[in-house]
Design a protein around this ligand. Structure first.
Ligand code: NAP
Length: 281
């Protein structure tokens, strides 16, 4: 079984991006800029944002974090986004989710200029991705896609099962696999027989949020299994895939932690650089 090392893949991607940033700097005399807006003091969000800032600095991006207290008015956030939209030094804008209840998430997402939407959540980018046009692609599914391609460069005709249909993970993942000519089944909480669906799959991407949902006897021999889940349990952090069982059947499997997670941040940097490049054309 191939243990898909997301840490190593992310480090390789960051090294490539660092070179690319240096080339862009010498060509344009400026570097791509990432601005993250962090609202409130939720510890996981603070950790994510700190890691994003650290990684952005490591590859040579200009990075900025704007912090607001929980009580900040929605209007102030929307005005800041407008300001960042027209700031030429800002290539990518990310508003760290979740947001406090009084702030409308969709309004915030839609306020971001689609050409600076490094999360790929703006409806314009969602539509472009599903139409097969160039777009920002949500970072986690993009990371999953890059890991799958490392194991199997030609996905044409493969059967893929995506478990979970969130806008963040399942839906964009489905689009990426479709684009590669996979035959994709997207499953969710109302799917009748999830085990039977998974048993058909050459590729399984599990993005559910249920600890160890995908069991060893759900996975056909030689399947590639990508585990997006991050679940806190009494036994520590586990994924949506039962690692010990599935590793006996699968051809390749991502661990949790150390699989998809590190790729998510590396893909955010990639998206920022891609936004910058598109803005220079
Ligand atoms: P989400 O928005 O809660 O969506 C979960 C999806 O799973 C929904 O579509 C739901 O179906 C489906 N589902 C629930 N129970 C199911 C069942 N028994 N069988 C089949 N499908 C079922 O979750 P998310 O934001 O996509 O996150 C999923 C997991 O990924 C979480 O553990 C999260 O922490 C993790 N995550 C990891 C990263 C990373 O960087 N590695 C990034 C983001 C999220 P319905 O639509 O029918 O409700």
């Amino acid at each position: 079984m191939i243990l898909i090392d997301g840490k190593k893949a992310a480090a390789e991607l960051r090294a490539e991006l660092k070179e690319e940033v240096a080339e862009l700097k010498s060509k344009h005399n400026k570097v791509p800029g990432l601005t993250v807006i962090l609202i409130g003091d939720l510890t996981p969000s603070q950790i994510y944002v700190r890691n994003k800032e650290k990684s952005a600095n490591e590859v040579g991006l200009k990075s900025e974090v704007i912090k607001y207290p929980d009580s900040i008015e929605e209007k102030t956030v929307l005005e800041k986004i407008q300001e960042l939209n027209s700031d030429e030094t800002v290539s990518g804008i990310l508003v760290q989710l979740p947001l406090p209840k009084h702030i409308d998430k969709q309004k915030v997402i839609e306020a971001i200029d689609p050409s600076k939407d490094v999360d790929g959540f703006h409806p314009m980018n969602v539509g472009n991705l599903s139409s097969g046009y160039e777009s920002s692609i949500p970072c986690t599914p993009l990371g999953c896609y890059l890991l799958i391609k490392k194991i199997e460069p030609n996905l044409s005709g493969k059967k893929a099962v995506v478990v979970g249909r969130s806008n963040l993970n399942g839906k964009p993942m489905t689009q990426l696999l479709l684009k590669e000519n996979c035959t994709v089944t997207i499953t969710h909480s109302k799917t009748k027989d999830l085990k039977a669906e998974c048993l058909e799959a050459d590729i399984i991407v599990a993005a559910v949020g249920i600890p160890e949902l995908v069991r060893g006897d759900w996975v056909k021999k030689d399947a590639i299994v990508i585990d997006v889940g991050i679940n806190k349990t009494d036994n520590g952090i586990v994924g949506d895939v039962h690692f010990d069982e599935v590793s006996k059947n699968a051809k390749a499997l991502t661990p949790v932690p150390g699989g998809v997670g590190p790729m998510t941040i590396a893909c955010l940097l990639k998206n920022t650089i891609d936004c910058f490049k598109r803005s220079q054309i």
